[in-house]
Unconditional design. Structure first.
Length: 273
C-alpha cells in the first residue's frame, strides 16, 4: 500500500487488493474521496492515514463506477456523503465478483454532468460509459488531472462484459479533456500517453482476434485466441507490468467465453464478400 501527493491538496492512495486507487481532494481538514479502494483492510489503512495520522475528516465519497473493488471505504466512513451516477445499481448487480457487504446506497445521484467546488479545486463529474454504463470521469482542471476509473487498466483495457467500441469511445472523450495526468482505477497515475497506449492495445487485440476468427479452423479458434501474447498488442514503448499481463490473460478468457469481436469478424467477411 502506498500514497503520494499529486499536487496541492491532492493525494493518491493505492491499495494492495487489485492495486485499486483512491484520490483524495483536501479542503483544510475536510476530504472528498474519488473511489475508496477494494477491500476493508485497504480501506482501514486509508482511514488510518487520512483520519489517524493526518487528522482529516472524510466528508464525501464519489464513485467512478459502482463495483465492489472501488467502494470498500464507503462503509468505513458512515457520515460521508456518497455520490454516484444514476446507473450505479445496474453496475453493482452485473459485476463478476459482487461483495454485498461493501454496498452502501449513494445519497446523491446524477445523470450527465455535475460540478463540485472543493477547496481550491473544481471537480467536473462527466458521465462517460465504457467499461460500465455508470462510468464517470472526474475532470479536475485546477489540478490538470482526470480520474478515469476502469476505462483503462494501465496501458491496456479490460473488456469484461463491456462493448469494446464503448470503451474506445470513452477513452477518446478523456483524451479530449487534454489533462497531463491520468489517474486510473488501478495501478496509479500515468502521463497522458497512457490513453493512446490503451487504444493501441484495444485495436491490436481486436485485429488479432478477427484474423483468428476469420482464418482459423473453428476447432482451433479458442486455443489460438488464448495464445495471443500481450507483446503483440501493446504500444512499442510499453513494457507490460505484471498487473497488465494478468488482465490481458483475463481478456483472452473473456473473448473466448463471450465471443467478443465475433460480430466484427462477421462484418469484415461480409464486407469482403
Amino acid at each position: 500500500m502506498r500514497f503520494e501527493e499529486l499536487g496541492p491538496n491532492v493525494l493518491m492512495f493505492v491499495g494492495d487488493d487489485y492495486e485499486s486507487v483512491a484520490t483524495a481532494f483536501l479542503d483544510g481538514s475536510d476530504v472528498l474521496l474519488v473511489d475508496s479502494l477494494a477491500s476493508v483492510a485497504d480501506a482501514r489503512w486509508l482511514h488510518g492515514v487520512l483520519c489517524g495520522q493526518m487528522g482529516k475528516t472524510v466528508r464525501a465519497i464519489a464513485a467512478t463506477h459502482f463495483m465492489s473493488d472501488h467502494i470498500a471505504g464507503m462503509t468505513l466512513f458512515p457520515d460521508a456523503l456518497t455520490i454516484a451516477h444514476r446507473h450505479y445499481r445496474q453496475t453493482f448487480l452485473s459485476q463478476n465478483q459482487r461483495v454485498d457487504e461493501l454496498y452502501r446506497e449513494p445519497q446523491v445521484v446524477f445523470d450527465s454532468t455535475m460540478k463540485l467546488r472543493w477547496g481550491q479545486h473544481e471537480l467536473h463529474f462527466l458521465h462517460n460509459p465504457g467499461k460500465t454504463m455508470d462510468h464517470v470521469s472526474v475532470d479536475v482542471p485546477t489540478a490538470d488531472l482526470v480520474c478515469v476509473g476502469d476505462n483503462i487498466v494501465g496501458n491496456i483495457v479490460y473488456l469484461s462484459k463491456a462493448d469494446p467500441v464503448l470503451i474506445r469511445t470513452a477513452i477518446g472523450r478523456i483524451r479530449q479533456l487534454g489533462r497531463s495526468t491520468i489517474i486510473g482505477g488501478h495501478m496509479g497515475r500515468f502521463s497522458a500517453a497512457v490513453l493512446d497506449n490503451a487504444i493501441h492495445y484495444l485495436d491490436r487485440l481486436r485485429e488479432a482476434v478477427i484474423r483468428i476468427r476469420v482464418g482459423a479452423p473453428l476447432h482451433e479458434v479458442a486455443d489460438r485466441i488464448a495464445s495471443i501474447a500481450i507483446e503483440t498488442c501493446v504500444a512499442p514503448s510499453v513494457e507490460p507490468a505484471s498487473f497488465e499481463r494478468q488482465w490481458h490473460q483475463n481478456n483472452l478468457k473473456v473473448i473466448v467465453e463471450q465471443s467478443v469481436f465475433a460480430l466484427d469478424a462477421f462484418a469484415s467477411q461480409a464486407g469482403n464478400a
